[in-house]
Design a protein around this ligand. Sequence first.
Ligand code: NFE
Ligand code: MG
Length: 520
Amino acid sequence: MAKITIDPVGRIEGHLGIEVTVEDGEVKEANAIAPMYRGFEQILEGRHPLDAQRLTQRVCGVCPTAHATASSLALDEAFGLADRIPENGRIVRNLILGSNFLQSHILHFYALAALDYVDVARAAQTAGDDPALAEVRQFAERGHLAPFVPRYEGDYRLDDEANAAAAKGYVRALAVRRLCHELLATFGGKMPHNVAIVPGGVTEQVTEDKMLAFRWRLQEIRKFIEDCYLPDILRVAGAYADHLEQGRGCGRFLCYGVFDEQTEGSGSLQRPRTLQQGALNGDLVDVDITQITEDVAHSYFRGNGDGVHPSQEVTDPEPHKEGAYSWAKSPRLNGEAHEVGPLARVLVNYAAGNEMVKTAVDGLLSATGLQAEALQSTLGRHAARALETKLVADLMAEWVLQLTPGEPTCAEYDVNELPEQGEGAGLSDAPRGALGHWIQVEAGKIARYQLVVPTTWNVSPRSGDGEPGPIERALMSTKVADEQNPFEVVRVVRSFDPCLACAVHLITPKGKDLGSYRVC
Ligand code: NFE
Ligand code: MG
């Protein structure tokens, strides 16, 4: 029996510790440990409600757009603005959020996860004088191969040609991600932390120039997705087929839906969305928002295993709590853990008969000869993310043409005449999965705010009834070939694209000695 501690897990957003117990080459026990507390919910209390969109974006530099979206949806509802969002406002919100999906997914695969499979050091030696790898070669010649080393050694299986292609993809992805940020900033003003999405729509105006600026950048990004991202995923899947059998999670999936197709109706979950809401546990059912809870049985917060609805939650830290091991809470739907993210969206929408998703998934399955079950795996998550990137980018090319230059983009209202009381729930999917913001406004101030964030769903510790979170569950039974180089463990974890900054939304003022680090 061996215990492997990886703390922090490198190449993810934020700080995450993973402890696994390995016996006979297989993981038997797993703990996912969020070692930070940030306290955004307390920061928001007592502030003006319109601060929520600005401040919640500071939760994270990767998905701030999703927080702006969820926050504005919650305020649309609290202020009764949802029915008054103009078409341009709805579409521009989708274009800004869509741009965030593109940058986030491309960042995740190339800059973070691909280096578990692609040997950039070897590519620098084998790719001759290929100009696409000139910079990498210069680093190698000077003996400075960071950020590609240090790393686990041994299991890089791509042949030289596929390996060099993916390494070139890495270099190209750096520039493409910049384009994605420019794309977002066309209507969002800047990235990170856009300044356009507000309750009632967006502040940015639509002009032909902006539409054109958006379209040519999107076209470049679509080319990259088509001739680089998708082929690289297939190359990796071909060489690491065993990772299509490892990493299955809890088998339950949750999606709030994303990209509003109309904005009438007060509840964000009731709207028609391009990717629809749903919970999949064998059967597909509608998400019952009243059945979402968080428990803190094993989290450093006062409280126990009784699930509390986010609209009623109190966030009261207890750093030395007996039995706790994570600063993440345990979100549950109907009392059960659910995986969220691109795989959840794809599976929910496939089960719902979404034609675009069906065509994309069936195309992948027939091109690879895989069965649908293979998607519930380490590499299945990467494949779902790549398919979604293409789908969203293709749709955005149509959405931008639906804009009407000169028409309004935001409901008209006087900020001094907004209701003094109200409450709202803003639910939308973010790149990493189902994101919910709950707000209560009293006497014109935020009385209560609660965020339940995608990575919290995935990285959650055990709930009061002992059920592990989805990442913990996915690690159990993972085969580990070499305990000194536990590739399989980090590959499972990274396939979820965890973002701990989001998940725990102040590091203890005295700091915390995490002991010796093994960065990989
Ligand atoms: Ni910090 Fe986030 C996304 C949100 S993750 S990246 O996507 O919301 O939990
Ligand atoms: Mg929270």
